[in-house]
Design a protein around this ligand. Structure first.
Ligand SMILES: [Zn+2]
Length: 304
């Protein structure tokens, strides 16, 4: 047990770093690094559920450190460079923010705009303009005193594969929690706020409608979420919605058939949460890797 802990704490990180530098050394093609943030809040505490909250001050420091070394570009910049077949730097960075929380409008957007930094915000259309957060955050907030983080994570893994109406009923039955009950301090953005961000030069992408794992729900519902969320966003912001991010984004949250649905729906890019860099000259209809950012991420290490 002690040895296992020692291995996890000391040996594994060393191997990870060696592998990281080895792959950078042998692989000198131009790269694109896409970062995933979730919530950014003006808190001091670094501890949060699954490390999903990055304190605003830490976030600012991370971005300042990145932008001193490499260009931070928009998704459109990347597509344009890929069309031209010409990368503008050995490493370019894209910022993305998942889930569409109000803190993206309140803290992230004004700060990025002030520093002229572009970013992509992935929103879930069912929660836009509503008085509650996404169902998983709601569940966590209401259960955090009663269960451990691991237990709550397991509940979320179980429920993410259900369609929204079924999930709502089961959570109500199992915990007596109505995930559509008002919980305004944790709400997502409104269409007005999203429009202001789109007009301010930010890219708005789709994260589906109901924040479900699309490989787990029925194929018909998943196709609907991919197509309808795009139409809804375009109607509301008056601009093309050209990029999709699979909710949860791990290998078992999507598959090649769904990826094909994404590109057939007219998206020009699709983001996962599979950890890694992307080659600048990747094929046209593939999925982009991303790196999930936490308050503990060592940015200098990430940039090599
Ligand atoms: Zn998400």
């Amino acid at each position: 047990m002690v040895l296992k802990g020692f291995h996890k704490k000391y040996v594994r990180p060393i191997f990870r770093r060696v592998n990281h530098h080895k792959s950078r050394w042998f692989d000198r093609k131009d790269k694109v690094l896409i970062l995933t943030y979730h919530r950014i809040l003006p808190v001091q505490d670094n501890q949060s559920f699954l490390n999903m909250v990055v304190p605003f001050q830490v976030f600012q420091k991370q971005i300042q450190c990145i932008s001193k070394q490499w260009p931070i570009i928009s998704f459109n910049d990347l597509k344009q460079q890929q069309r031209d077949g010409k990368s503008k730097a050995p490493l370019q960075v894209l910022l993305s923010f998942d889930d569409g929380y109000y803190d993206h409008f309140e803290y992230v957007f004004p700060w990025l705009k002030e520093h002229n930094i572009p970013a992509t915000f992935f929103v879930c259309t069912d929660a836009i303009g509503e008085k509650y957060p996404l169902w998983d955050w709601y569940l966590y907030e209401k259960l955090k005193g009663r269960f451990t983080e691991r237990q709550i994570q397991n509940f979320i893994f179980k429920y993410k594969k259900l369609m929204a109406s079924e999930r709502h009923k089961k959570i109500l039955m199992e915990f007596g929690i109505n995930v559509y009950h008002a919980f305004e301090q944790e709400r997502c953005m409104s269409w007005d706020e999203i429009r202001i961000m789109a007009k301010g030069g930010m890219t708005l992408g789709s994260h589906g409608c109901s924040h479900s794992s699309l490989a787990g729900t029925s194929f018909r519902i998943s196709v609907q979420e991919i197509q309808e969320s795009k139409i809804k966003i375009e109607e509301n912001i008056g601009q093309k919605c050209g990029v999709f991010a699979f909710p949860y984004g791990a290998r078992d949250d999507f598959n090649n058939t769904l990826l094909e649905v994404v590109y057939r729906a007219g998206y020009e890019g699709c983001f996962s949460n599979i950890h890694g860099y992307n080659h600048f000259l990747m094929g046209d209809r593939l999925i982009f890797n991303r790196v999930i950012m936490t308050s503990n991420t060592d940015v200098r290490y990430l940039l090599g």
